[in-house]
Design a protein around this ligand. Sequence first.
Ligand code: AMP
Length: 459
Amino acid sequence: MKKMEKFRKLGLSENVIDILRSMGFENPSEIQEKAIPFALEGRNILGTSMTGSGKTLAFSSAIIERIVPEKIIKALVLVPTRELAEQVSEAIKKFSKGNLKVIAVYGGVNIQNQMRQMRGTDVLVGTPGRILDHLNRQVLRLNKVEILVLDEFDRMLDMGFAHDVGKIIDSCPKERQTMLFSATNSPDIDHLVKRYMPNSVNVSVESYVDHSKLEQVYYDVPDSLKFPLLVNLLKEESSHLVMIFCSTRRNADFVVANLNNIGINAKAIHGGLDQKKRINVLNEFHENKGLNILVCTDIAARGLDIKGVTHIYNYDLPAVSKDYIHRIGRTARAGKEGKAVNILSQRDYDNFSNITKREEVDIKEVKLPFLERIELIKPKRNFGGRSSGGGDFGRRSPVRRSSGGKSPVRRSPRRNSSREDNFGRRGSRSAPRSSGRGSSGRSQGRSFGRRRNFDSIRS
Ligand code: AMP
């Protein structure tokens, strides 16, 4: 088949095909193949896919092919984070080749300037909080919106945007096309679809993870050896770009401070940094400016489209499996190989059990290497709040040898086993099911996922 022919078959116009060709696109991705024909027909769509799958073009196709620019907001794209707002608005600008005025709005920047920029906008991309703010100030009207996109919707729910999103939807005309994209499904999403998206079609990509390209491993270590193991792996593994995930800002800062202290260049992005700093760090990271290691929290890293990430380290295991799926989705993209490394200590056992219940999660245990002693420092900042347990501050990690890949259940309790965890519980944790050396971790652990109640959305 001729190059670009598949895009043509989906119903895209020659103009758009030329633009895609100039961007180096040759064939549609799976989600594009499935969603674009419906998007162009104006159907409501529930799409299950994550960043990296090409979903931005999937929903943008409707915007760029169907919106006639009239300097009035006709398409609204809601996204969970500022970074994603910038990324999606840039993508739509490119896809429309300047034909549409696309503006990104989000909190943390001057609202007056934003109001001025919004004048004459055709496509508004933004975070729910700031858009609601503009609506409340009556400087934004959405009564001409023809296309509404809810992108990374599961994350918007996680971030507590359900109510804001409901109010924004209510400000749009009832006659419109709505496309909702989410990496995971939930009863809350089904509820929203029933309520706001009649006759919608479901499109989903089969698997979140390409097992032939992504290797998932875990190490089971005492808490005090998490950092030495991380350093060992960073030095031993041949990598390009590396993302290290922590569950809290505090832990992210702890990891960065200690990596820097031993001469390893790394920077953090998390919600505690202002927008300018986050953008600078991100640019340094993905524009190959010498920063190869990014330490981040889930929220800050959500949805980022960074090419060339070869390794994901989970310094803390995430509490919910969909965060794990999002994390590992940062690597092994566009046919490239990737590795997800889980550094598991007792405080992660419950989370690990929860994560490994999912079908697509198949994590092999790896034997601990010999680890060098590393002096740990405490970051300069004075942190408020409590940690989810990065707190090795000021302690010295003893020189220890590998225990030879023992199963987590055979370990003796750690000294910090009574530390309070993310969920405010105390007490020693149950280990994930014994998977034994070299086996894959799948378990029957308890589920700690939070339930969100969609009834908070007003119709
Ligand atoms: P997305 O999941 O929409 O954030 O897209 C992830 C990355 O894949 C972006 O850098 C896109 O520019 C790129 N991309 C999306 N669709 C295609 C395609 N059909 N061919 C090549 N690259 C693509």
